[in-house]
Design a protein around this ligand. Structure first.
Ligand code: SAH
Ligand code: SF4
Ligand code: F3S
Length: 472
């Protein structure tokens, strides 16, 4: 083949070029621009992947819009809980009508849900209006697959079971000019017993530190001041590299990048959070005063069944250590209620940790059975009404505590990175403090992307109203 001697990225640029020629000829034929839309479900990893999809679609020549009435609609799916899947099927059902009005449009599906063979079977059988299906491991081939769809004229399906490949240097289009996510690793090796992610995202693999640093330097040169380092378990970064490097060491190197102001990361698995990392967090002012530390359950018995590999006591000790090293740190978490075999006592242990830690916020989830995971075949699935009751009690506690914890900064002056003009009141701008709490204050669009000292005048449960110190 013509493209054989090229690197993978070069091959993909070749296909972008081929697709671009097709888009141009279509536009001439129709006398209007072709539009595209990327619809994202799931976590920050998916959001980052969608920026890559957007970058490629723009390179191909599509004009990006925010509507499913586009000429190219791609759904980047999530399958972590059952309701994520249901939403995708719902949207696809509606698309059938839309495609009837625009038969030449393309509908594509990618992301975690596509790594499940039953899903692809169902799509093949009942959703014939879909044009292109691919998974998480070959997203770098997007342009090539679009080209195949154009030239073959029928449904294209390409799913890989796993990969050890990381393709660098493809286009990507950042959603915000001043902040961006940066993948530092892909996949997960932890196999928490409820979780489908290791099956759909494959084995853990880390990017080379030089590639990460180069990408961040380039983003900073383009105006980025804040990066979010992304991985399912960032604390095990670097273990599989030929020249191993710890996550803490990587952070030190990233913090040395001139012009970069803030560094965030997620997700941290409590079992791998090292003393070295805590020390770096305490010493490096660029690292944000926020840590997302998923608890999942406060019961050591349930944690064992979840294969989390820490106990309630380990977790509380870790929080203690973090608070001693970084007294002003905000902690947030993920909690699952209704894991198989969870008793009222187990649940009370979770509430106990919630009280003791005092989270700034917590994402609470009802356990969702994922076929193929060990927990799906565990006995003692908890009845729905019991789970609902626990979920409501947990939510109430989490919200009450969050409101109390959040207000501790009232009256202080904090640096706020301005993100946007407020949607409800255009005389205000909205930004985030280092600890990730939202602040609204008087200002205009010229402040977007700037870090501004703001006096926090009043706390409204989970956000602040403030006044810019410079304007006073
Ligand atoms: N890698 C991250 C989490 C990724 S999934 C970590 O280890 O913390 C995001 C969250 O979804 C998890 O923290 C968990 O709380 C929730 N989750 C995962 N599988 C779930 C399931 N089967 N049912 C309900 N919630 C689930
Ligand atoms: Fe899922 Fe556990 Fe991996 Fe997180 S660490 S992605 S919860 S298996
Ligand atoms: Fe969902 Fe995949 Fe993220 S299953 S939570 S989009 S890794």
């Amino acid at each position: 083949m013509l493209t054989e001697h090229l690197t993978e990225a070069e091959r993909q640029y070749y296909y972008m070029d081929q697709c671009h020629q097709w888009v141009t000829s279509q536009e001439e034929k129709l006398g209007r621009p072709l539009t595209a839309s990327v619809i994202t479900f799931g976590c920050q990893m998916n959001a980052r992947d969608s920026e890559k999809l957007t970058g490629i679609l723009e390179k191909i020549g599509y004009t990006m819009i925010d509507s499913e009435k586009a000429d190219f609609v791609i759904y980047n799916t999530c399958t972590v809980r059952e309701n994520a899947n249901m939403r995708v099927y719902g949207r696809l059902g509606q698309m059938k009508q839309i495609k009837k009005k625009n038969p030449e449009m393309f509908i594509a599906l990618c992301g975690c849900m596509m790594q499940e063979p039953e899903v692809v079977e169902k799509l093949k059988k009942s959703y014939r209006h879909v044009d292109l299906i691919f998974g998480t491991h070959n997203i770098f081939k997007f342009a090539e697959l679009v080209y195949r769809r154009i030239t073959e004229g029928k449904m294209v399906i390409d799913i890989w079971k796993d990969t050890d490949q990381i393709v660098e240097d493809l286009p990507n289009e950042r959603k915000y000019p001043f902040k961006t996510g940066i993948n530092i690793m892909f996949g997960c090796n932890n196999f928490c017993s409820y979780c489908i992610v290791p099956y759909v995202r494959g084995r853990e693999r880390s990017r080379q530190p030089e590639d990460i640093i180069r990408e961040i330097e380039k983003a900073v040169a383009d105006g980025v001041v804040e990066v979010m380092l992304l991985g399912q378990n960032v604390n095990s970064y670097g273990k599989t590299l030929e020249q191993p490097l710890s996550f803490a060491q990587l952070l030190r190197r990233i913090c040395r990048i001139d012009g970069l102001e803030r560094v965030r990361f997620m997700t941290s698995h409590p079992k791998d959070l090292s003393d070295e990392l805590i020390q770096v967090m305490a010493e490096e002012p660029k690292i944000c005063r926020h840590l997302h530390l998923p608890l999942q359950s406060g019961s050591s018995d349930i944690l064992k069944k979840m294969n989390r590999r820490y106990t309630k006591e380990d977790y509380l000790k870790l929080v203690d250590k973090l608070r001693r090293a970084c007294p002003d740190i905000s902690l947030t978490t993920d909690i699952i209620v209704g894991f198989p075999g969870e008793t009222e006592e187990d649940f009370l242990e979770t509430l106990d940790v919630v009280e003791k830690v005092g989270y700034d916020s917590a994402y609470t989830f009802i356990y969702s059975k994922r076929t193929g995971t060990p927990a799906a075949v565990m006995e003692d699935q908890v009845p729905e009404d019991v789970v609902k009751d626990r979920f409501n009690r947990l939510l109430e506690r989490v919200q009450t505590i969050a409101a109390r914890v959040c207000s501790r900064h009232e009256g202080t002056v904090q640096d706020v990175l301005v993100e946007e003009v407020n949607h409800q009141d255009p005389s205000l701008v909205t930004g985030k403090m280092s600890n990730n709490i939202v602040v609204h204050f008087k200002g205009d669009a010229s402040l977007i992307g700037k870090i501004v000292p703001v006096h926090l005048t009043s706390c409204k449960n989970f956000y602040y109203m403030g006044e810019s110190v410079k304007n006073n």
